[in-house]
Design a protein around this ligand. Structure first.
Ligand code: C2E
Ligand code: MG
Ligand code: MG
Length: 611
């Protein structure tokens, strides 16, 4: 009775509306009577006699509960009830049956009902309790279902976060890796090919350094946007880190199809990016690899990375597209080998400088050398500076190498002085990457000071290609070095870089003609005309001209005739170790006490003919 009175109180504040699906009118009336007692008349009860009728009624009106006869005629037991229970989104369902088998109760709960009553056991209390229980259970189910939906939503958001690059909103590395695996799998089954582009922005670090990281971020966003607009929706694009983007294409019929995409990608960089009212120009280095030449995701990425890296090395100033080749990989492996040996090399003093004498055609009394690094690796044998300098030039170790050269320059000067030979000048090669450090001049002067070297005995050599690429950064450092007395030479002049403007911007002391201009010059009238012009121009700009790589007498005589100031090359001298130079001078000094410089050269090198 207590239970009923509680229900009565509740019923007063709340009108209940029930639906009964039952084909037996007597059973309906029995239920109505029980409800009457349980809810003190505060309810309505609609009735239908079929599952279809119940579905229709439920679609039109909200009910507090559905009381459903399990044995309605014409329905297919479980499936109909399952469907009905599913369509009762917010309405609890109580199954009514004449049977007492507990298995039926369990089954009915399984199919989606909230409670189960046998007709012959119903009392007002039992019905009331069952209705209340079913309603509560439904509420819990709904809450659970909503929270599951919430979790699914959150999972979706999480999935997006996990798969999306937060800055550009492109796919991130993890997503890219999965997508690439999937594409490889599909391509393998369909025997198709596709291309992978590895794209990196040139000089992105400079944008960050010069304008700050927020401008750098904005640039990445704009690049991402332009790239996304450029690729087809069937291509996949991702940002996999820093300024590195990946595009892999849909299946290609012909490898050549890639050129269209490359063209479009390159064009997206034609116009400047406007950020904070600043115009920022950037170009990409793009490496391209193909499936199935590379048939795993790691290989594809590695190949494209090699190609991108190669393009960057060749043309870091402007954009480049480079297709993977096997040679790149060998080069890369070699690079890793050299890098792995670097620490040992420094610890075991494997680096030393050799010195190549430069002959002045006007002044016999000058003693000028170029210092050239040598690496005799205990593991790799002799490694050429032309190979290891480009590898180490962007790492701090390059400064250590310059210090080694300066130390040995001092040693040579001291040992020559002990033989009464005054070294006039030593030329030391430095890289533009060193000069791009705003502190380079100060550092260099302090290294000279440590070695007790006078600035005016040292001449730094910078290759033309590097100077052209880094004009602004080098300019200031060169000015400061020259103001301190250090001489400056442009090395390898004429080796394919054609901008002459920088010769006006850079005030330098020497132009060293590249070996390619000198080789066979005696037989080539056009080369002679070109070199004569360069010499004339250099002299007018107050520079001394050095011919590099002179190997034959004919080349030497030709350079002399064209008015070159100095000659460097195997014809006169090869680069030699300090020990060899000193030994040769000692012998010469001992045998003929005071000979002219010219005669000294003759005695040093048997290959010399008349000078
Ligand atoms: P470079 O500064 O232009 O040096 C001249 C190169 O030509 C040297 O090669 C020299 O041995 C070679 N050479 C001289 N005369 C002849 C000749 O008659 N015929 C031929 N075929 N070659 C000749 P090396 O010593 O192999 O050096 C290669 C390059 O490595 C140098 O070119 C320079 O750019 C770089 N390098 C060498 N030492 C250093 C260094 O201490 N620092 C930096 N940054 N670079 C260095
Ligand atoms: Mg040089
Ligand atoms: Mg050179």
């Amino acid at each position: 009775m207590k239970e009923i009175s509680e229900l009565q109180r509740t019923a007063q504040s709340q009108q209940h509306c029930f639906l009964i699906a039952e084909d037996n009118l007597i059973d309906i009336e029995i239920v109505r009577a029980h409800l009457q007692e349980a809810y003190s008349g505060q309810f309505t009860l609609d009735s239908v006699d079929s599952v279809a009728g119940a579905r229709l009624a439920l679609s039109k009106k909200h009910y507090s509960a559905l009381i459903l006869d399990m044995n309605l005629p014409g329905h297919h037991q479980d499936q109909d009830i399952i469907d009905l229970c599913e369509s009762c989104y917010e309405t609890p369902v109580i199954i009514l049956t004449g049977e007492t088998d507990p298995a039926i109760a369990i089954d009915s709960l399984k199919v989606g009902a909230q409670d189960f009553l046998t007709k012959n056991s119903i009392t007002p209390q039992i019905l009331a309790r069952s209705l209340r229980y079913a309603q509560e259970r439904k509420k819990i189910e709904l809450a659970l279902r909503n929270s599951v939906a919430d979790i699914a939503d959150r999972n979706e958001q999480l999935k997006n976060l996990v798969h999306t690059d937060h800055l550009t909103k492109l796919a991130n590395r993890a997503h890219f890796e999965n997508a690439l695996e999937e594409t490889i799998y599909k391509a393998q089954r369909a025997k198709q090919k596709f291309a992978l582009l590895y794209l990196d922005l040139n000089n992105f670090k400079k944008v960050n350094d010069n304008f700050g990281h927020s401008v750098g971020d904005e640039l990445l966003k704009q690049v991402a946007y332009r790239l996304q607009e450029t690729v087809r929706s069937s291509d996949f694009i991702a940002r996999i880190g820093g300024d590195e983007f990946i595009i892999f294409t849909d299946f290609l019929q012909e490898t050549a199809e890639i050129y269209q995409l490359l063209d479009r990608v390159k064009k997206t960089f034609n116009s400047a990016f406007i950020i904070d009212n600043k115009e920022i120009q950037t170009q990409p280095s793009i490496g391209v690899a193909f499936y199935p030449q590379a048939d795993t995701s790691e290989m594809l990425l590695k190949h494209a990375d090699f190609a991108m890296y190669e393009g960057k090395e060749l043309r870091s100033d402007s954009g480049s597209v480079c297709f993977y080749t096997k040679e790149m990989e060998c080069k890369y492996d070699r690079r890793l080998q050299l890098e792995a040996q670097l620490d040992t090399a420094l610890e075991q003093d494997e680096f030393c400088a050799h010195f190549q004498k430069i002959t002045s055609l006007q002044h016999n009394d000058t003693l000028i050398f170029e210092a050239l690094l040598r690496w005799n690796s205990s593991k790799l044998g002799a490694v050429s500076p032309a190979e290891f300098i480009p590898i180490f030039e962007n790492s701090p170790v390059i400064n250590q190498l310059t210090k080694i050269v300066l130390k040995q320059a001092k040693e040579l000067i001291t040992k020559m002085a002990a033989l009464d030979q005054t070294v006039t000048s030593i030329k030391v090669n430095v890289t533009a990457s060193q000069l791009s450090n705003s502190q380079f001049c100060n550092m260099f002067l302090s290294w000279l000071q440590n070695e007790e070297l006078l600035p005016n005995v040292i001449c730094i050599e910078l290759t033309e290609s590097q100077v052209v690429k880094n004009t602004e950064s080098c300019l200031l450092q060169i000015k400061q070095l020259r103001a301190a007395g250090v001489k400056v030479a442009i090395d390898d002049f004429g080796a394919g870089y054609s901008s002459l403007q920088y010769l006006l911007d850079f005030n330098v002391d020497y132009l060293k003609l590249d070996i390619s201009l000198i080789r066979g010059i005696d037989e080539q009238k056009r080369s002679q005309a070109l070199v004569a012009g360069i010499i004339e121009m250099g002299h007018r700009l107050d520079m001394k001209i050095v011919a590099e790589g002179v190997e034959t007498e004919a080349e030497y005589l030709c350079c002399k005739q064209l008015n070159c100031d100095m000659i460097q090359g195997y014809f006169f001298h090869k680069p030699q170790s300090i020990t060899d130079i000193i030994a040769a001078y000692k012998t010469t000094v001992d045998t003929s006490n005071k000979h002219s410089n010219l005669i000294l050269e003759h005695s040093l090198h048997s290959n010399i003919s008349a000078v």
